[in-house]
Each structure stands twice: as C-alpha cells, then as structure tokens.
Write a protein that binds this ligand. Structure first.
Ligand SMILES: *Cc1c(COP(=O)(O)O)cnc(C)c1O
Length: 405
C-alpha cells in the first residue's frame, strides 16, 4: 500500500491522547422534570448523576411551555422544514420567531441559522464581500466560531487584548478613518465569566467610525429586563449594529440568529453561504424556541434566582477555601491549574460522588489555567450544593490540591 490511510487516522488520535486532550463523551439521558438529574451510562451500567456543567442554564429544555409548543408543532406541520429557507423551507414559525427576536433586541429584523456557530461563521465570513477593504478587530478571547468566520472572510484581521480598551483604541488609531472597521466581541465570556465593557467599546466605535458585532450567546435569556442579554441590561442595544445569539443554551432548544437593521439582515440573507445552502431548522425546534423566548421575556424571577444561585455557590466555595476564579456572571470557574489533575478531579467526582462536570483543559483555556466550569441553575437545590461541596472536599483531599486557609 502506498498510503496507509487508516494508520494516519490512528496516529492523529494518538497525538491528541499524547497531549492529554483526548475527550470521552458522557453518555447521558436527561430526566424530564428532574433537572439537573440525568441517567449516566457507562461500562458499569446506568445510574443517576447531578449535572453541573450544562449550558441549558435555566432548564428551559424541559420547560412546561416549551415542550407542548413542540408537540403541537410536530402534530400540525410534521418533523422537518423540507428545504432551504429560499426553497420551501420557510415556515410560519420561522417568520414569527425572527420577528420575536428582532423585537427582543430592539432591532428591525433577525435571521435564523441552524446553530450559533453557523450564525457567527456565516455572518462574519460574509461581511468582507459586503464591505470591501473591511478590517475586523477581534477580541483575543473570541469564540472559535467567530475566529473561523473571520478567517474564512479573508479580510484584514487585528486581534486586540481581551477586554482591553487601550489596546483596542491604539489599534483603531492606526487605521484610516475612512477604512471600514468592525469590532467583534462577546458580552459574557464563557470560560472566565467576565463581561465586556460594551458601552465603552461603543464609544470607541463611534469615535473611530466602526461597526460593532456582539456575540451574546452566554447572555441571551439570562440578562436584561426581557432576557435580551447584557446589551439590554446595560441599555446599549441600540448602539450595537449586529447582535448574535443562540437558541441552544439558555433558551434550551437549538439554533442561532443575528438581529440588526433590516438592510444588514437582507444583505446577509442574500450573500451568506452558510445560510443559503442548508436546510432550514425544523419547525418543531423553531416552535420550541419561540415559546422559550416568549416565556423568558417575563421571567425576571428565574433570572434573579439564577444570579442568586451562582452568587451563593461562589460564596460557599470560597468559604470552604476552593480557588474560585473571579467571575461577575453566572459562570463559576474553579481553578485546578493542571490538565491531569483536572481530569482526575472530574473522574473522581463522577465515580465516587455521582457529580458530572467536564474538565476544561487547553486549548479551550490557556495552559496552567485548567479548571472546572460550574453552571448552577435556578433548579440546583441547597442539598445539591452541599453534595457538591462534600464531593470537592473529598477529591481535593485525595489529590492533595491547594486550598486557601
Ligand atoms: C456555544 C457558543 C457559540 C455557538 O453556539 P451554538 O448554538 O452552540 O452553535 C457561539 N459563541 C459562543 C461564545 C459560544 O460559547
């Protein structure tokens, strides 16, 4: 054989294993009505575990308004969209959800994609064909889907230091005022739980004549009066040109979207390959997402409870001496600082304590900052908090990890 194809594949996997980044899926079945409990399958059989790392932040994937909406949709129109949006795939549910999302963000229009990843990739890669000579100024911690989109667009790209206004301004200053510029960033950064200074970034955008592109994936449904995200909370939605979100995290279903001026949406709709050449989201998913967005508009109590749970967990962990990383959001990162130890922590939590949390290792976070990323929801109880603390206590002792006095 001239090319040993299969050994190349095996070698690729071996390299991942050698770097300690080989991933094992957790085989779960969530139990409706018992969030955050799920059945966990492994070689020893099946048992119940408490999930501490879901991005279904509010348990909306099991919500009593979302599920009937999906049942109703499948009964009335069937399973799939049956085509791309341009060719038979636009259902009335799509039209209603886009309207709802535009209103949520105070924009003229919105556009659905099959996921948040596709939304970022398709939109950012298309901007360069609409704005010749554009430079995209990208925060250093931006999500892989934004980086991928910017790369594909093959426009000039500049990376500014994470949340660093001085660095952003010094880079903006170097560019001609007349050159089109887009500042691309996130609101809540999902690994550290820090939040961008959106209003200050908008000031710089005004001063240097730039557009703004904001990924609110970890904030939609969770922040703002109606769940519009951090830009809504901070009263700066109008200053953001393009807001991007997901329907798969806090909204608990699946899909992604952008919201912007009608002219922007119309152009992206007309040029973005990742929008045009793919089958539309199932109307069942769209109906579920629509119910979820509508429900969360007036669910301030759930958002308050979510913040309370996160604050309480941070406090309890700190009190017990665990190295909680500074976070101003609902995300609770606990530093381990070593990839092997991090994996050991999560293996022991699962095997001894029936607690499921994924280790977060390089390349998701920089080496030496390996961590647990806990996402307490409004449905995590005080008893579950105590069980987590007991589990961490045990594992920290077994592995002799550091704790504050
Ligand atoms: C998860 C994520 C996405 C992608 O959204 P999906 O709907 O899961 O594809 C985009 N941006 C950020 C910051 C994310 O964390």
């Amino acid at each position: 054989m001239i090319v040993d194809y299969y050994s190349e594949f095996e070698g690729a996997v071996r390299r991942v294993k050698a770097e300690g980044r080989y991933r094992v899926f957790a085989d779960l079945e969530r139990k409706r009505g018992q969030f955050p409990i799920a059945r966990f399958h492994d070689e020893n059989g099946v048992r119940d575990v408490t999930v501490w790392c879901s991005n279904d932040y509010l348990g909306m994937g099991q919500n009593e308004h979302v599920l009937p909406a999906m049942h109703k949709a499948i009964e009335s129109v069937g399973a799939g969209a049956g085509g791309t949006r341009n060719i038979a795939g636009t259902t009335h549910y799509h039209v209603l959800l886009e309207r709802e999302l535009a209103t949520l963000h105070g924009k003229e229009a919105a556009l659905l994609f099959t996921s948040g990843y596709v939304g970022n990739e398709a939109t950012l890669s298309t901007l360069s064909s609409i704005l010749p000579g554009v430079v995209i100024l990208s925060d250093a911690y931006n999500h892989a889907s934004m980086i991928q989109g910017i790369r594909q667009g093959r426009c000039e790209k500049r990376i500014w230091k994470h949340n660093d206004l001085d660095d952003l301004e010094s880079q903006l200053k170097e560019l001609p005022l007349k050159q089109p510029k887009i500042i691309a960033f996130e609101s809540v950064y999902s690994m550290d739980g820090d939040i961008a200074p959106i209003s200050d970034i908008c000031d710089l955008a005004d001063k240097y004549n730039a557009m703004t592109y904001l990924d609110e994936v970890h904030a939609v449904g969770l922040y703002g009066e109606q769940g519009g995200g951090i830009a809504q909370r901070d009263g700066v939605q109008r200053r953001i040109d393009i807001i991007e979100g997901t329907l798969g995290k806090a909204f608990g279903v699946m899909g992604g979207y952008i919201a912007a001026r009608a002219s922007v949406i119309d152009a992206i709709r007309s040029y973005a390959s990742g929008f045009i050449f793919t089958t539309a989201l199932s109307p069942v998913l769209v109906a579920g997402a629509l119910a979820s967005v509508q429900y969360l508009k007036s669910a301030g109590h759930l958002r308050d409870k979510h913040q309370e749970r996160a604050a309480t967990l941070k406090h309890l962990l700190k009190e017990a001496g665990f190295p909680v990383m500074p976070s101003v959001s609902h995300i609770v990162p606990v530093l381990v600082g070593d990839p092997v130890a991090c994996k050991r922590v999560t293996d022991l939590l699962l095997s001894k304590h029936n607690i499921y949390v994924q280790p977060i290792n390089y390349p998701t976070v920089p080496r030496g900052t390996e961590r647990l990323r806990l996402t307490p929801s409004p449905l995590h109880t005080d008893d579950q908090f105590q069980a987590l603390l007991r589990g961490l206590d045990d594992v920290w002792s077994i592995l002799r990890l550091e704790r504050a006095a």
